[in-house]
Write a protein that binds this ligand. Sequence first.
Ligand SMILES: Nc1ncnc2c1ncn2[C@@H]1O[C@H](COP(=O)(O)OP(=O)(O)OP(=O)(O)O)[C@@H](O)[C@H]1O
Ligand SMILES: [Mg+2]
Length: 239
Amino acid sequence: MDKEPIIQTIGLGKDYLTAAGPVPALQEISLSIYPGEFVAIMGPSGSGKSTFMNLLGCLDIPSAGEYYLNGTSVRTLDRNQLARLRNDAIGFVFQGFNLLPRINLLANVALPLIYAGVSKAEREERAQQMLDKVGLGKYGLSLPGRISGGQQQRVAIARALVNRPRLILADEPTGNLDTRTSQEIMNLFTQMNREQGITVILVTHEPDIAAYAMRLVRFVDGHLAYDGAVGNDTQGARP
Ligand SMILES: Nc1ncnc2c1ncn2[C@@H]1O[C@H](COP(=O)(O)OP(=O)(O)OP(=O)(O)O)[C@@H](O)[C@H]1O
Ligand SMILES: [Mg+2]
């Protein structure tokens, strides 16, 4: 690929400091991800998947190595710059949906636009567009508790996309969903990736979910154990 990577890590590492001493969660991770890629991250529980996603999302700082996001070393940014980068460049989707329960779906989707300083009229318009896009246009005034888990995750995806980020980070986004609903959510990610060229990086425990991606990265004990085509994982599809 001739484009510049959207993500490049060089010898990236993370130790968590605990009372019992440092816990090495991630070691020597060097990889590049290019605009428009769809990458699945797999690996056993505790292998460092969420740690890696938190570093990529600038939610945590590495203990070692370098991380370049869009060519910028995140090490050079202060807290405000990091917060802005996070809000503008990255959409997050989590296993637990993380919607605010007391405000309606439109307000949930519009939330990142408040931090981005977008006017109220434009916020409402863009939030409605995003709800339409995920097939929930009629539910804008409902509260999150009144819709299904799959619908809540679609709202979370609408919220992740409302700022038009070039990168989506999803940590087990289908972990709480049944098979059919998981497929719907994965079709949504695939559509965003193919039609808008949004880079998608998605953690999953399930081979069926990883199969939607073009590239598979596997962690074992905090190390990069595999990086390649989804079908060629020599250690078998299961973590
Ligand atoms: N805040 C923390 N403090 C101390 N240790 C942590 C912390 N977060 C994670 N760890 C440890 O770091 C290692 C990697 O954890 P991580 O959450 O990245 O794994 P994971 O691959 O996402 O697992 P899972 O599939 O269960 O979500 C584990 O040994 C974990 O116990
Ligand atoms: Mg995790």
